[in-house]
Design a protein around this ligand. Sequence first.
Ligand code: SDX
Length: 393
Amino acid sequence: HSDRFTYDPGFTSTAACESAITYIDGDAGVLLHRGYPIDQLAEKGDFLETCYLLLYGELPTAEQKAKFDRDVTYHTMLHDQMAKLFTGFRRDAHPMAVMVGVVGALSAFYHDSTDITDPNQRMIASMRMIAKMPTIAAMAYKYTVGQPFVYPRNDLDYAANFLNMCFAVPTEEYEVNPVLARAMDRIFTLHADHEQNASTSTVRLAGSSGANPFACVAAGIACLWGPAHGGANEAALNMLTQIGTPDRIPEFIARAKDKEDPFRLMGFGHRVYKNYDPRAKIMQKTTHEVLAELGITDDPVLDVAMELEKIALEDEYFKERGLYPNIDFYSGITLKALGFPPEMFTVLFALARTVGWIAQWKEMIEDPKQKIGRPRQLYLGQTHRDYKPMDKR
Ligand code: SDX
């Protein structure tokens, strides 16, 4: 059919969007947020500082940071009616399914106060999203483990508050370990934004029609859930556990090369990075810090991960395809050590990515050239033909 269809020049210009938030150089393994390298933000700042940077474009002054932290802290509570929503789910529901439903429901609670044409309301919606996501994620976790919800506390910082809401129980004192809270905060920073990945593109496309931003974030959560995207952290840990011991690695490497077998090494490869994912290096370092803090000196899954990485990085098949560990390769080991079950890993990714989704949504809404997204297609179907009566078929 190619003679019938020629690409409209406008097609390519609408295929990519313009953004000033995050820059990735896949060949060099570079990730910048508003020009600042991810390793500096993760090591020297905290997650809410990165949230401020993504939303406003500049690092906050001490006064701006204090106000931002306070505003987020005082928006962490959820309308009490929302707690009833959770009871509609089975206890064994995947927490990502719960997140899609509950975050989508936020659009009902804030429908009347989300006038996206009002800059102030856009910022309030952004703040609410960042503030409430940990509360919803913790409630999703508590619901699946059958424990009572724990309310947010205003005396704890963002990551410590989240860990407290997940792991505190009414029957005994719970003290958040500050080293683990710092590691959790850094993991949030590593996942904050990543240019036009599948879930961010989903949020932008949904938002381009003027839809409620909470509903758009729910669409992003749905997309992130897939094992080819955010679901890879859960899949990577399951794969490493399935491998079990370093001597079984060659078997899985062979399977990954077998064109007949669609098996892919979870946590390896990337649509953009054809070099080492800069986030993976920081994640590996965080893994070692968390295991050391917890006194875990022998983690067989970590041994398998490190040996698999070593073998793959020396293997021509992986090198010529630019297959390196991505952020999901080590994150599962760290999150498991922090106390989370594998089905919560992508929930934590969604919690952190919310600021990226909402910053990109806000940038798109505020772009005066913004139009509704309308990806085009290359039509491969039948050309015109007339209807056939039943007796002629
Ligand atoms: C995230 O986009 C983002 O920025 C996403 C993300 C974010 O922060 O938002 O970075 C988060 O989603 C990270 C990716 C997590 N997914 C996984 O770890 C799942 C395992 N990875 C793969 O499914 C895969 O690498 C993708 C989906 C990530 C990328 O797939 P592509 O684009 O098809 O990979 P490619 O075209 O570069 O593949 C080139 C070759 C192919 O072989 P050939 O046909 O050339 O012979 O490499 C092979 C692929 O079959 N290949 C793999 C592989 N990934 C690609 N072979 C074995 N194991 C793998 N993981």
